[in-house]
Design a binder for this molecule. Sequence first.
Ligand code: 2BA
Length: 109
Amino acid sequence: MKLIISVVQDKDVGRLLDSLVRRGYQTTKLASTGGFLRQGNTTLLIGVPDDRVDDAVGIIEQTCRSRTEILSPVAAPSGPAEAYIPYPVEVRVGGATLFVLDVEQFRKV
Ligand code: 2BA
């Protein structure tokens, strides 16, 4: 068994959960925040049999879109100088960031 940890944009999560549930995947949805943009995103935990990893990843790939976000100045000029970006910066986010981990044990007790 594998655990797919998938960080996705909030805008994609509704459609992604619909598709995953329709195909029989069980998921856990966690509210998360990106460390760089400090914006909300969603982390899904998806436990899957080894032979279904590619199928599940395919659904994520088909559903999650890449988007451009604008990173506004991140700190007031009175903060640390190295943390201050004085102009907006375009940042490309997503589709999805995936981690696929081996699961040592899966139990429901
Ligand atoms: P954030 O950390 O808010 O990052 C949003 C986007 O900002 C990233 O998109 C990337 O394009 C850019 N970015 C992130 N860190 C950067 C840096 N140090 N310098 C320049 N640009 C940077 P994605 O790569 O698509 O990542 C989307 C979200 O996925 C991230 O949100 C974070 O929540 C998660 N993520 C991405 N890589 C990760 C990793 N290695 N470990 C844990 N979470 C990760």
